[in-house]
Design a protein around this ligand. Sequence first.
Ligand code: GRF
Length: 223
Amino acid sequence: MNKPKLRLGVLASGRGSNLEAIIQACSSVKIHAGVEVVISDRPQSQALEHARRNQIPAIHLDPRAYSGREEYDEAAVRLLREHRVDLVVLAGYMRLITSRLIGPYKNRIINIHPSLLPSFPGLHAHRQALEWGVRISGCTVHFVDETMDQGSIIIQAAVPVLDGDTEETLDARVLEQEHRILPQAIQYLAEDRLEISGRRVVLKSPKPMAGVNVISPLIEIGL
Ligand code: GRF
């Protein structure tokens, strides 16, 4: 492909497993993109370590150095611009972002959320899913707008909830799928194949895909 790689800026606060999945997908040329900068609000975020280990600029942007969320986001935009970022990926980023970041990157910010949105937005999605008693949960990659976890949905994966699941076991099962659908969403964007039509995101020229339909609990009577 002669097209230049999509330049990614990843914002993360925690363990950074989604960042790792993206870096891996980029280096194994599964996706035509590269992580140009990783920014974290937390100095101890493992995402920063993963970035450094992969020779990617890793920046701790300390919220205490800014007077408010707007000023913080402006500083983030300056860094993203310095690194000529095309697409911002929120991968376990725990801060609410403001119009100061959304404005300059309209339709160029995506987020991964560990539930089948619009169910269970916000914090503790797995706890919410278990408390509700759903038999199927999953994860969602969506565009980020001014609302919380309500932007247009790009891709979702369903994951069964099993009897005896805890937040930890469900998280582990959902994470496996997060690590597949987030790189896939980035690749769709790298190929410029997504069209936003109202709330719907349309995938242009879909290719034959491997997919699974999930039913949970499993059907036992041979239907
Ligand atoms: C993931 O479950 C993601 O869906 C949510 O935060 C978690 C981040 O995990 N937004 P990691 O830091 O990528 O390992």
